[in-house]
Design a binder for this molecule. Sequence first.
Ligand SMILES: [Mg+2]
Length: 319
Amino acid sequence: MKADEKTSIELRPSRFAGCLLGLAIGDALGMPVEGMRATSIRKRFGRVRDFLDAPWRMLRAGQWTDDTQMMLCHARSIVDRKGVDPEDTARKFLSWFTSGDWRGIGSSTYESMQRLRAGVPVEESGARGEMAAGNGAAMRIAPVGLVDCLDLEKLKKDVRLVSIITHDNPEAVAGAQAVAFAVARAARGDLDPTTLIPETVAFVGPSRVSERLLLAEKFLAQDMDPSEALARLGTSGYVVETVASAFFCFLRTPEDFEETVMCAVEGGLDSDTTGAVAGAVSGAYNGLEKIPTRWREGVEAAEEIRVLAEKIYLIVAEG
Ligand SMILES: [Mg+2]
């Protein structure tokens, strides 16, 4: 960190809580429309303003999915270990996996959990190859962005170490690094929406994630309609698409958490994950008080998530 960067840094607990609750809220808002096409969502719901029941998933309004379940594994591990510990994180993933309380699980994560259970070490458990470029690391990484927000080089390494537990793929790692970087800059109060994409691209380095982020920046400069932009950036489970679409939604309305998360969820397909990523970044940038009360109060386990965020804040603030 350069000396002049330090002066603009200001830690606030509200940003930490906003980040983790924002992630859970985006996940829960997207949960009932996951897998639907954007056009079907528009036809059936118009705007997605409220949490909805999803009886076919056995989930009620406000409940979240695997994105938040795995984010909570990171958060609890960080609190227990006072920082990022890949082996402890893997143990927490595995205990979630063996609990059988799955609310969706990606194929890379599923395969990695089988390998961990069979005793394969954390450096080797992750899925490899082209199919491992899913958004399973990016969706859950926000707590690492928070705890490492004052040391971005450590953040980059830590994100890789915990991403490869399930996704040992350069794009999956780059996507998670992009999200953690944005969360970190927002949490410490020096995220500038006008330069976020070039700074993220410089941080992550040459990758498809970076290329798609630059395309998102071009669409933002053209003031492209979000439905067209997200259709072109993509909203599938491919991390390159998720990260670019989530950044687009955030940067289109950086001061407006509600609009950002609705925009992300309404993109369809992997709605819960695009919502989770956009919600984590926007929640960290805007802080807890800018999140609508109906969502703050209606999301599952809100108090537990807030307390975990507060504990991570204290780890950072007390150094
Ligand atoms: Mg999910």
